[in-house]
Design a protein around this ligand. Structure first.
Ligand SMILES: [Zn+2]
Ligand SMILES: [Zn+2]
Length: 244
């Protein structure tokens, strides 16, 4: 099953289609037509095995093989069930509810008891294993219960401080960028990560801000920045048209 990071955050219950063999409901898995019984195999006396004894002098060798008449079942179906043609099994596609716990790791295997293939000869069914994969998220990387993302901010926002909207797994929240923030600074949104699978509470969301340098400027912007550069005592190229 493939799930999203949002599913990991909230947990989910989903129905999946599973094709499996089940015991035939007409003959209860015996393979014999209702009203008849499978007969004991004469060849192996119902054991499903045949002993071959070989004597050489004082030594006796016993070899055990599967009975070739009944195929090891010990029983022979004389009048076969019409529903399953004597196999005792029928193919069915079932909708099965799978409950995925919050905080699940990608590649985890969930075991659904007795939801697998029929045991054969009316025996109990085996288990169904569901392997869960978490899809790559568009913006978040996962690190255990933490989620990490890069957010671009303007250089004036970083310089003067700002309040920006940032994404979380459950909608947007406000994040205050203090004045004088440097690029690659990491902000932590406590508890906005993923639930811890074997523990309490949630991980955090880590936001790395990337300061954007404008690539195109209007002449007004260029003029303002040149003034700022002078004020800061930074040197700028004098050539006309440099910013274009
Ligand atoms: Zn049957
Ligand atoms: Zn036999």
């Amino acid at each position: 099953m493939e799930i999203t990071l949002e599913d990991v955050a909230s947990g989910l219950e989903k129905e999946i289609n599973v094709s499996r063999r089940e015991n035939c409901e007409v003959c209860n898995g015996s393979g014999a037509e209702p009203g008849t019984q499978p007969k004991q195999c004469q060849q192996c006396k119902g054991t499903g095995q045949i002993q071959h004894v070989r004597s050489t002098g004082f030594a006796r060798f016993v070899q055990i093989t599967t009975c070739n008449v009944c195929g090891g079942k010990g029983k022979i179906v004389e009048s076969k069930c019409k529903n399953c043609r004597g196999s005792g099994l029928v193919s069915k596609t079932r909708k099965i509810k799978v409950k995925i716990p919050k905080g699940i790791e990608s590649g985890s295997r969930l075991r659904l008891s007795r939801q697998g293939e029929a045991g054969g000869q009316g025996g109990p069914s085996g288990d169904l294993y569901v392997v869960v994969y978490v899809k790559q998220h568009k913006i978040f990387q996962r690190s255990n219960s933490n989620i990490i993302t890069d957010i671009p901010i303007g250089f004036t926002q970083a310089t003067l401080g700002a309040e920006i909207n940032v994404p979380t797994l459950k909608g947007k929240v406000k994040l205050r960028i203090p004045k004088g923030t440097q690029t690659h600074t990491i902000f932590r949104l406590k508890g906005k990560g993923l639930p811890r699978l074997h523990g309490y509470g949630r991980g955090n969301e880590l936001i790395k801000v990337i300061i954007q340098t404008p690539k195109k400027l209007t002449s007004k912007q260029k003029q303002l920045l040149t003034e700022l550069a002078k004020e800061l005592g930074e040197t700028t190229p004098e050539k006309k048209g440099f910013f274009k």
